[in-house]
Structures are given as C-alpha cells and as structure tokens.
Design a protein around this ligand. Structure first.
Ligand code: FMN
Ligand code: 7N5
Length: 358
C-alpha cells in the first residue's frame, strides 16, 4: 500500500469535517498541491558501482538519534481522528525509532505523550512544538511543561503570525473542537479556551529577540520551523537555532509561497552546514526523502500521511507509514549507489526532463 492509498482509507473512516481539517490547506490550496507536485519536477541521477549490501540510514539530530531520516511533523488534535490519539502516534514513532514532534495543539498532554512513547522504547526522542507567545510567561510555562515531560528538543513555529485561512474549515464552520476535546497543554494558561480551534493566540508581534529569549531560557536545543527565505535561515542561526526546518506548514498558511522543496537549496547554502536543515511538505515516497537529502536536508518530516495512518489503523497504521518510508528510502539509496545518507549529493538531483542539464 502506498501512502497516497492510505489517505483514501482514512477518508472512509473519518467524518467529512475532520477529514477536511487534515486534508485541507489555505486559500485555493495551490501550495498544498504544489508541495507534492514539486517532487515530480526533480529526478535522481544515480551513481553506479559504488553501493554496499549494508547501508546506514541513521541520522543524528539535536536531542535524537533516529533509525532513518524521517520524523513525525507536528500535527494538531490526533484524538479527533482516532480514539487513542497522540498516545498511539507516540508509541508508533518510538517503536520505529523516529522523532515525534508533539505540540501545543495536541489533544493529549505532553507528559502523557512522552509516557506513551516510553512504553515502546526506553529513551524515545520526543520534541515539543510551540508558538512564541507575546506574553513571555506563557511561552515559559509551555517550555517548562515540555522539559518536565522529558522532551529532548523544542520546535518553534515561526510561519504563523496569524492563523491561516483554511478554506474547507471556514466552509464547514469548523472553528471549535467538539465537546470532550481540548488542547491539553494549554490548560491553565491564558489565551482562548483550550477547546477553541486556535487555542494559541498566534501573534504578529513576536520578533527575533523573542526567539533569542526562548533559546536562552531553556537547556534544550531549539529548532525553528517554517523558514523559506535564506536570510531568515541565517537569522535563525544567529539567534541560536539548533536547526532550521524549511516548511510552508503543508500549504496551510500563505497560499502564494513556493513548494517547500524548492526553497531547500537556497536555505542549505545560507546555513552552510552550521546547523542541520530539515524539510517538511509533500513528502510521500522514499525517493522524495532521497531528493530532499541530496538537496541538503538532514531529515524530513511527514505530516498528513501519519494522520491518515493513525485514522485508518491507529498505532499500526502510523508504524506502517514510517516503516514504508524507511524501506522505500533505503531501497532508493541502494538504487542510487549509496551506503550512507551523505552519499546523496546535489549533483545527483536534476530537473525532471532535463537529465544532465544542471
Ligand atoms: C492537520 C494538521 C495540523 C497541523 N498542526 C500543526 C501544528 O500544530 N503546529 C505546526 O507547527 N505545524 C502544524 N502542521 C504543519 C505540519 O507540521 C507540517 O508542516 C505539514 O503538515 C507538512 O506537510 P505534509 O502534510 O505535506 O507532510 C499541521 C499540519 C496538518 C496537516
Ligand atoms: C493552533 C492550532 C494549530 C494547528 C495548525 O497549525 C494547523 O491546523 O495547521
């Protein structure tokens, strides 16, 4: 089963409103579509007679060593799609040796998410995603909850000064969580009630010094998610980021930006190896992972496919998504004559239809 087929299975078990919440994007969903289509514009140019029977796909990331260069991107409200929610996702990611990025908008408290991950692996890498709050004490409270739970890194999302206009949700009138669901990490903190769809008051007033303050206020590495402009990647490093995540939020924020993978080469050049560069958006096959790594990513995140796996089959479905991507990636690495992730280099990616014409 391909990851694309899994979406159809999820659609059958989900009601139309949660399905649309996950599947949808902002505006006319141009960026949502382009994130996937962009990978079709790249082709791999394999090397030959340079492979190995044993390959090493492991990767070292801030606060994590992973079996493969694929991690679970933060996606909100897992209990909306499966009764086991984030606990199932956490057990699956830990069992597959993948980083789980849980976040402020999870429907399970971070302490319980990490506890579930520990049922599957002794020291599971769980990162915590948050938005910087204009009131520093709210940010500090969230960071403390993540540290206390045992998270090994923080992910600060910077592409959401305001919430994106999700066309399908607006049409469906989906503005609040159904009764019985809440953004558990927001309990007791100021803001909209934890059962609002946007419990975190995103703010355009948040600026670079707030990031620097967040970095200073924690011993955990802080990755910055949602960077597209190479100058912002440089600023992120200068303000203490331990990693930069190239992402357009899966096409859910500004509907006029480039596909994530198209922004990767310039960001990689700007960061110049100082910190790892990661990418998410549109990754659906092992060859997409290989293209991203060749263009400079250390690892990629997957968002919707994990939610489809969770909706369709719970913990087993999430494991299937991660195992499929790892297996497909390893196979692609072999076909490209590689032994290690670093064997995939920029000269091995060409524009599709223009082989050799780089
Ligand atoms: C249903 C859903 C919820 C999301 N929630 C968050 C979130 O709470 N925080 C965040 O930083 N990104 C969030 N994202 C964005 C993802 O982290 C990621 O950038 C995006 O899904 C990657 O694209 P993909 O779905 O094509 O893999 C969400 C995405 C989806 C689809
Ligand atoms: C405050 C909820 C964040 C969810 C989110 O980021 C998304 O739906 O894209």
């Amino acid at each position: 089963m391909t990851l694309r087929e899994l979406r159809h299975r999820a659609r059958k078990v989900l009601g139309p409103i949660p399905y649309d919440y996950v599947a949808g994007g902002a505006g006319e969903e141009r960026v949502l579509a382009d994130n996937e289509k962009a990978f079709d514009r790249y082709a791999l140019l394999p090397r030959v007679l340079s492979g190995s029977e044993t390959r090493d796909t492991a990767v070292d990331l801030p606060g994590a060593r992973q079996a493969a260069p694929v991690l679970v991107a933060p996606t909100a409200f897992h209990r909306l799609v499966h009764r086991d929610g984030e606990r199932a996702t956490a057990r699956a990611a830990a069992a597959e040796g993948a980083v789980l990025v849980t976040g402020t908008a999870a429907t399970t408290a971070v302490l319980d998410v990490v506890a579930a991950a520990r049922e599957a692996a002794p020291r599971p890498p769980v990162w915590f995603q948050l938005y910087l709050h204009p009131r520093g004490e709210v940010t500090r409270a969230l960071v403390w909850r993540a540290e206390d739970a045992g998270c090994t890194a923080l992910v600060v999302t910077v592409d959401s000064p305001v919430f994106g206009r999700h066309t399908r949700d607006l049409r469906n009138g989906f503005t609040d969580l159904p009764p019985g669901f809440a953004a558990e990490n927001m309990r007791g903190l100021p803001g909209a009630g934890p059962d609002a769809l946007t419990p975190i008051p995103m703010s355009p007033a948040v600026r670079w010094p707030d990031l620097a303050e967040a970095v200073r206020g924690t011993s955990l590495p802080v990755l910055v998610k949602g960077v597209l402009h190479p100058d912002d990647a440089k600023l992120a490093v200068e303000h203490g980021a331990a990693g930069v995540i190239v992402s357009n939020h899966g096409g859910r924020q500004c509907d006029a930006v480039p596909a994530a993978v198209d922004c990767l080469p310039a960001v990689t050049e700007a960061v110049a190896g100082r910190v790892p560069v990661l990418l998410d958006g549109g990754v659906r096959r092992g060859s997409d992972v290989a293209v991203a790594l060749a263009l400079g990513a250390s690892a990629v995140g997957v968002g919707r496919p994990v939610v489809w796996g969770l909706a369709a089959e719970g913990e087993t479905g999430v494991r299937r998504v991660l195992a499929t991507l790892r297996d497909e990636y390893d196979h692609t690495l072999a076909l490209c004559g590689g032994r290690r992730n670093a064997d995939l280099t920029a000269d091995m990616v060409v524009r599709n239809g223009g082989a050799g014409a780089r």
